[in-house]
Design a protein around this ligand. Structure first.
Ligand code: BEZ
Length: 211
């Protein structure tokens, strides 16, 4: 059965470029991103993994660990990493799972046989500290992902975990947010002392509360 938002992220043990990882134990109390790419030594994947390496300090700031996966073996991953470093002008700094037996790919439904029966699609799973799945994305092999968008979603998820708010379309950290419909008008001044705007009875905004 495929995974859905709110499900427990399945635990697994896997070999990676940084040794054996027990997924839940490796996550600890952090947020996590598990993302698959189709294959080593391919152009789009090379740019994606380089981009994630460059953004790693931003993931660290958000207490978020990153873990890549493809169905190639550790030896192949290790031979590919210098190419990523050279062409993307970065130092590689996170583990890649060697999933040549497809154990993790199948657990997370990352092989879509009508797209390719040999390789994983570009899946992204964001996992919260309680090990629940918070976001699922699936991109085709031909489209590299926007990892700034993944950071934006983490900002939204971490904010909305702590406050009764939601974030509007194209929201960026620092911009106004939407007060959750469950909050009554009379509760707003106490919960959101920075003020609010009632655009419609169902659309009430407030400055980002955790700044
Ligand atoms: C790539 O990463 O460039 C790629 C991988 C599989 C199919 C198409 C492109």
């Amino acid at each position: 059965m495929s995974l859905r938002l709110g499900d427990k992220a399945p635990d697994f043990t896997a070999e990676t470029t940084e040794g054996t990882i027990h997924f839940h134990e490796w996550l600890g109390n952090s947020w996590g991103i598990l993302f698959s790419h189709p294959a080593d030594f391919t152009p789009v994947c090379t740019t994606e993994l380089g981009e994630v390496a460059k953004l790693k300090p931003e993931f660290d700031k958000r207490n978020t660990k990153v873990l890549a996966l493809s169905v190639d073996d550790v030896e192949s991953h290790r031979k590919w990493i210098p190419d990523i470093e050279e062409t993307q002008n970065t130092r590689f700094n996170f583990p890649i799972i060697a999933d040549q037996d497809r154990k993790v790919a199948e657990l997370y439904d990352m092989i879509h046989p009508n797209a390719s029966d040999k390789t994983t699609v570009r899946s992204v799973f964001i996992v919260g500290p309680e090990k629940k799945i918070k976001l699922i994305l699936t991109y085709p092999a031909s489209t590299g992902r926007n990892f700034e968008e993944i950071l934006r979603v983490i900002d939204s998820l971490q904010l909305t975990a702590d406050y009764s708010v939601a974030t509007p379309a194209n929201w960026q950290h620092g911009e106004d947010v939407i007060i959750a419909p469950s909050i009554k008008d009379e509760e707003i001044p106490e919960k959101f002392p920075k003020g609010h705007t009632k655009v419609k009875p169902y659309l009430r905004t407030t400055p980002q509360p955790n700044l």
